[in-house]
Structure formats: structure tokens, C-alpha cells
Design a protein around this ligand. Structure first.
Ligand SMILES: Nc1nc2c(ncn2[C@@H]2O[C@H](COP(=O)(O)OP(=O)(O)OP(=O)(O)O)[C@@H](O)[C@H]2O)c(=O)[nH]1
Ligand SMILES: [Mg+2]
Length: 446
């Protein structure tokens, strides 16, 4: 749909409703003449901000605006672009946009400016997606990756290099199929293996780091244990406020409670749960079911063992629900005892009454979180469609690698598919369904 109207001039308010400056962006062949009509000027100095009066249909002055003209190809879209900074992004600005539309422009659709920038070779699809994600992200960690990609284009550059290599293979494979008699060139198995391996080695770490980033952004640390072990007290200690009810009655916490906290610069969701034990009480039973589900879905479990009771069958049950190295065992209430029970696992002895051992717990938790943080020296993607295409690409590469000795037709089929995936990642192959899906979530002014 964007494709059909590439020769039309589009306009939109690029700043969000309620902002004190309304940035109106016009792009296309008519952008400059429309802006001249609005301002009554005869020309604009390229890239120079100029204070201009804006006139309405009846030539009445309606605003004073900063106008900047970006002649093609030196603009965001690669077309002639004019930006008008008017007062406020509210009704006033919208009416100016309506007026520009009445002069012959079309209202831009979501992502249409970015789409044009791809078509005109200004950016790759990966680049514009990063820009869109950066505008809307709430995650500091995702933001740091998006900023790096925005400035260094590491993923885009890599994809472009690899696309070219697969394009060359595709050219030879096509010739081999279409004109087998005329082609003396062939693809030596070693060359192919080399390209395959190098592609995999380049793509896989980025894909894995991206998955790591995605998981890292939703890490759940679950506090588990028998009733009365001190779970809610620990929850409140880590939160630094009295969020959960603490009493000496075993079975106080029923529903699970979640809070997001920053621990040594890691954002985590901390979950307090009901104590695990056999119970005939309907509410407590439901609490135990929910606690068990939370334990299963956890990334890290803080397993509390009451020093008064030591390890019990209920602790075995918790252990069965989460049998992972990402467990920190805590022997609680050590202030009440002089000699501590022995446990089947190494545990950090703590007292939430005296504060003993809490630093050690935080240091261990922080270490586990560090292990789960994505690598800072590798890029990571943050949009779902890129992850999906990387996944497709990796399975195509794997499939090709295992069926390499088959016939030439199959050979071509693999190379074509892999090359097509690179084209999709770069936005060089504009498949309408994919692009509508991607661009529909964009801001209108982008
Ligand atoms: N002496 C001592 N008491 C503690 C310590 N930690 C918790 N308590 C007490 O133990 C009791 C139970 O604490 P909670 O934090 O409610 O225990 P819980 O594991 O959340 O219990 P449920 O919600 O019933 O499963 C309360 O009276 C706490 O004050 C500790 O380190 N030392
Ligand atoms: Mg509790």
C-alpha cells in the first residue's frame, strides 16, 4: 500500500499530541512548494532554520513557525522534506496539517516516512526498526543496544556484507541451473562450506545475545520456602519497605506478590509466595498451587530453609519444582540458634533480624544476574520480527549444511531461500504483508 503512492507528497505531525512544539513533516516532490505556499516565501536556504509566518487559506497569518527545508537526497526519507515547527502539537497543529492536505498532500500512514527512507536507500529495515524501538522503549538495557546500533549500524553492516556474499552465490547457482552448458564456473564445496560457517558464526551469537536480552528484561526471582521461613520478611528487606504482611502465624502469605526492583543495576521482578506445605485449608491450598507455579516459572529461586526445622520433605518438593543451578539456598533465622543444622546444599546463613548474611546473599544474587545479562560487546536486536527472521535464517543455514550434497536444483533452492531472508531483514525485498505488519506499529511521523 505504501508502494502505490510513492510519487505522492505525504504529511504528518511528527511530535506527539500535547507536546509544546508541533513538528510537521512533509516529504515528497511537492514538499518545498507546499511550504512556500504556506509561508508566502520565494525560497528556503537548505538546512537553515528560518522563522516564517504561516498563512491560512484566506492569507490570514495564523502562526510563526521555524521552517527547515531538506532537499533530496539529504533528508530522512531521501526525498525533498520540509519540517515546520509550529506552536504545540494540538488542534492548532492538526489544523495546519489539514490545510496542507487540502493543498494536495496526503496524510502519512504509520511508518511511511521510514518506508520511503528504505526505498531510497537511506536506511535498512533494521535501521528504521531500531529507531522506532528506541522511541518507544522503556527498558534501559534495550535502549543501550538500540543506541549502539543507531550510531554504529553493526547489525545492518553485517547483514549487508552477508547479503552480498549470498547474492554472489545465488548468481552462480542461477546460471548453473539456467545455462548449465555455458557456465564453467562452479561453486566449490569448500567455498560454500566457508560461507555457510562464517554466516552461522556471525548470526548465531547476535541471535543468542538478543534472546538473552529479551529474557533478561523479564527476570523473575522467586522467594520460596516452607511457611514462616521468613520469605515475606526477606521480600520487604530487598524492597526496603514493608510491602508484604509479616506475622508469626505460619501461612500468612496466600496469593503471590510481585514487585519490580533494581538490584545492583539489574531490574528484576521479585516474587513473594505462600509457604509450601500440605494443607486442608482451601485458600492456603490455592496459595500453595500458585506458589508452585511461580517456582516453576522462575529464573532464579531464593530457597529459604528455617534453621529451626532444617531441611524437610517440603524443601524436597520445592527442589523438584526448580532443579537448577540458579538457586540460592538461605538458612534463615540464625540469630535464634547457636548450632546450625546441616543441609544437603551449601546455604548462606542469614538473619533478617540482625542483618547478618544479607550482603552475601545480595552478592550471590548479583552474580547470578550478571551471568544472565547479555554481552555488552555483542549487538542485540530488540524487535520480534528480526528475531523471527534470524531464527528462520539459522534453520535455513542448518538445513542447507546437512543436505549440501544433494542435486543442483535443491542447491539453488537453499541459496535462494537464505538470500531472500537477508533481503527481508534489510528491507530490500518489500513483501507487503511483512512490511504492513512491521510498519503498522510505527509512529505516524516516522
Ligand atoms: N528471629 C528472627 N525472626 C525472623 C527472622 N525472619 C523472619 N522472622 C520472623 O518469622 C516470622 C515469619 O516471617 P514471615 O516473613 O512472615 O515468614 P513467611 O515465610 O513469609 O511466612 P508465610 O507467609 O506464612 O509463608 C515473623 O514473625 C518474622 O518476624 C529472623 O531472621 N530472625
Ligand atoms: Mg509470607
Amino acid at each position: 500500500m505504501y508502494f502505490q503512492r510513492l510519487n505522492q507528497t505525504i504529511v504528518a505531525l511528527a511530535s506527539s499530541e500535547g507536546s509544546s512544539i508541533g513538528i510537521i513533516r512533509i516529504s515528497g516532490d511537492e514538499a518545498i512548494s507546499l511550504a512556500l505556499q504556506l509561508t508566502g516565501k520565494r525560497q528556503f536556504t537548505p538546512f537553515k532554520a528560518t522563522l516564517s509566518v504561516i498563512f491560512d487559506k484566506k492569507k490570514e497569518p495564523i502562526d510563526e513557525a521555524i521552517v527547515i527545508a531538506f532537499p533530496a537526497p539529504h533528508s530522512y526519507t531521501g526525498e525533498d522534506v520540509v519540517e515546520l515547527h509550529v506552536h504545540g502539537a494540538s488542534l492548532h497543529a492538526k489544523k495546519i496539517v489539514d490545510y496542507i492536505i487540502s493543498l494536495g498532500a496526503y496524510h502519512a500512514r504509520a511508518g511511511e516516512f521510514s518506508y520511503r527512507s528504505i526505498i531510497n536507500g537511506k536506511r535498512t529495515l533494521t535501521d528504521v526498526s531500531v529507531i522506532d524501538e528506541l522511541i518507544s522503549t522503556e527498558s534501559e538495557m534495550a535502549l543501550s543496544y538500540q543506541r549502539k546500533e543507531l550510531v554504529h549500524h553493526n547489525i545492518s553492516t553485517l547483514l549487508e556484507e552477508l547479503e552480498e556474499r549470498w547474492f554472489n552465490l545465488r548468481a552462480v547457482a542461477t546460471a548453473l541451473i539456467d545455462f548449465p552448458e555455458d557456465v564453467d564456473e562452479n561453486i566449490p564445496p569448500n567455498t560454500l562450506k566457508k560461507v555457510l560457517d562464517e554466516t552461522k558464526n556471525a548470526i548465531k551469537p547476535i541471535y543468542e545475545n538478543s534472546l538473552k536480552l529479551r529474557e533478561y528484561q523479564g527476570l523473575r526471582v522467586v522467594i520460596a520456602g516452607r511457611p514462616n521461613a521468613g520469605k515475606s520478611t526477606l521480600f520487604n528487606t530487598l524492597l526496603k519497605r514493608k510491602r508484604a504482611i509479616v506475622t508469626e502465624v505460619a501461612g500468612t502469605t496466600r496469593d503471590f506478590i510481585t514487585e519490580t526492583i533494581s538490584l545492583d543495576n539489574h531490574m528484576i521482578t521479585l516474587v513473594d509466595t505462600a509457604g509450601i506445605r500440605e494443607s486442608n485449608d482451601a485458600i492456603e491450598k490455592e496459595g500453595v498451587t500458585r506458589a508452585t507455579e511461580q517456582i516453576k516459572a522462575a529464573h532464579i529461586v531464593l530457597h529459604l530453609i528455617d534453621a529451626n526445622l532444617g531441611w524437610t520433605e517440603d524443601n524436597d518438593k520445592i527442589q523438584e519444582g526448580f532443579n537448577s543451578d540458579d538457586t540460592i539456598y538461605l538458612l534463615t533465622k540464625i540469630d535464634l540458634l547457636t548450632s546450625l543444622p546441616s543441609l544437603p546444599y551449601d546455604a548462606v546463613p542469614i538473619s533478617l533480624k540482625t542483618g547478618a548474611g544479607v550482603d552475601k546473599l545480595i552478592a550471590q544474587l548479583s552474580q547470578l544476574l550478571n551471568n544472565r545479562a547479555p554481552a555488552a560487546n555483542l549487538p542485540a536486536m530488540t524487535s520480534q520480527w528480526q528475531l523471527e527472521l534470524f531464527e528462520t535464517l539459522l534453520s535455513q543455514l542448518e538445513f542447507f549444511d546437512t543436505t549440501r550434497n544433494e542435486d543442483v536444483g535443491l542447491f539453488f533452492y537453499h541459496i535462494k531461500n537464505i538470500h531472500d531472508t537477508f533481503l527481508s531483514l534489510l528491507g530490500k525485498e518489500m513483501r507487503d504483508d511483512i512490511h504492513e505488519k512491521i510498519f503498522s506499529s510505527f509512529c505516524i511521523g516516522k
